[in-house]
Design a protein around this ligand. Structure first.
Ligand SMILES: [Fe+2]
Ligand SMILES: [Fe+2]
Length: 311
């Protein structure tokens, strides 16, 4: 059986008649770019086949221009788990992809492999590139490998060379292209009471990304969605411009935490010239599928205030 066919797209430059019907059954203009953001598939014992099938079922209807998976494809980085993850990815729409590895994609107990070839199976089954870059017509997406098999059990790390490489890529980005960074581990904790340590020196990385004019950071690892802004966490630094944070819950496993305990979720990201809209989908067994749960709208870049007029 071949790859699923990519559904019909609406015109990027729309007119009054060029409208798409989205999952809310509302008519809306086609965004410049739409990204389907999945995370933490966790193939292995935690994987939920009925939820995975629901992702495969809804994905073509979402008409995404690209798919991002922000790590933890497997539970224990085993060959059969990577094989199953690869097969799942084959069932998704045939659009450009960007994948980054998670801490569960490197062996935890197979110490020799962990230290000498931690990403061997990931490279064989998911992607040969650990720090991929996806150039799309209206967006540049930089993936950063945040796994740290030699220095951390489950937390991550971003190195200076990755920040420098990111800076170079965005320095040459076309004007108007959305600038997106993806890593498995989070740069800012979610604002609930669970104890989630951000990566070491995460604030330093966020400051660099602000200077790179990054629009959005995508991540996973927390197993619950969080959609916010870096200014929520790191006030006082470049306050005129924060970065939108988009964390996905676990899309297909029973490992949800906090408010998404035993829940599954993913995000659909619509980016236009002036706005970024994130729609958070959750799985409901009563619906036997994913439904939109909330929407979050952010401006892109700096807004001009309207001219003051005399009262
Ligand atoms: Fe995970
Ligand atoms: Fe993780």
């Amino acid at each position: 059986m071949g790859l699923p066919h990519y559904g019909t797209k609406c015109a990027t430059r729309f007119t009054a008649t060029d409208l798409c019907r989205n999952e809310f059954t509302m008519l809306r203009p086609r965004p410049l770019i739409r990204i389907l953001h999945l995370s933490d598939l966790h193939f292995g014992p935690p994987y939920l086949p009925e939820v995975g099938d629901a992702v495969v079922k809804i994905a073509p209807k979402l008409n995404a221009d690209a798919i991002v998976v922000s790590g933890d494809f497997t539970q224990r980085a085993k060959r059969d788990q990577f094989e199953q993850a690869q097969e799942f990815l084959r069932r998704l729409p045939n659009v450009p992809r960007l994948y980054v590895p998670g801490n569960h994609d490197v062996p935890l107990y197979r110490l020799k492999e962990r230290f000498f070839n931690p990403h061997g199976l990931y490279k064989e089954f998911i992607s040969t590139e650990l720090n991929p870059v996806l150039f799309l017509e209206h967006a540049i997406i930089v993936g950063l490998d945040s796994t740290a098999p030699k220095s951390a059990i489950s937390n991550g790390q971003i190195f200076s060379w990755q920040l420098e490489a990111t800076e170079k890529i965005f320095a040459e980005a076309p004007v108007g292209a959305a600038r997106i960074v993806v890593s498995h581990h989070h740069f800012a904790p979610a604002p609930d009471t669970l104890n989630d340590r951000s990566m070491p020196q995460a604030k330093r990385a966020v400051i660099r990304f602000v200077e790179d004019k990054v629009d959005m950071i995508l991540g996973g690892h927390l197993h619950r969605a969080y959609i916010g802004n870096t200014l929520d966490i790191y006030p006082g630094v470049h306050r005129e411009r924060g970065i939108v944070i988009v964390q996905s819950g676990t899309s297909t496993s029973r490992r949800g935490r906090g408010r998404e305990r035993e829940k599954n979720s993913f995000n659909v990201i619509d980016i236009d010239a002036d706005t970024m809209k994130i729609t958070h989908y959750m799985y409901f067994s009563s619906e036997a599928g994913f439904v939109p749960e909330s929407q979050h709208l952010f401006p892109r870049g700096l807004r001009q205030l309207p001219a003051e007029t005399d009262p």
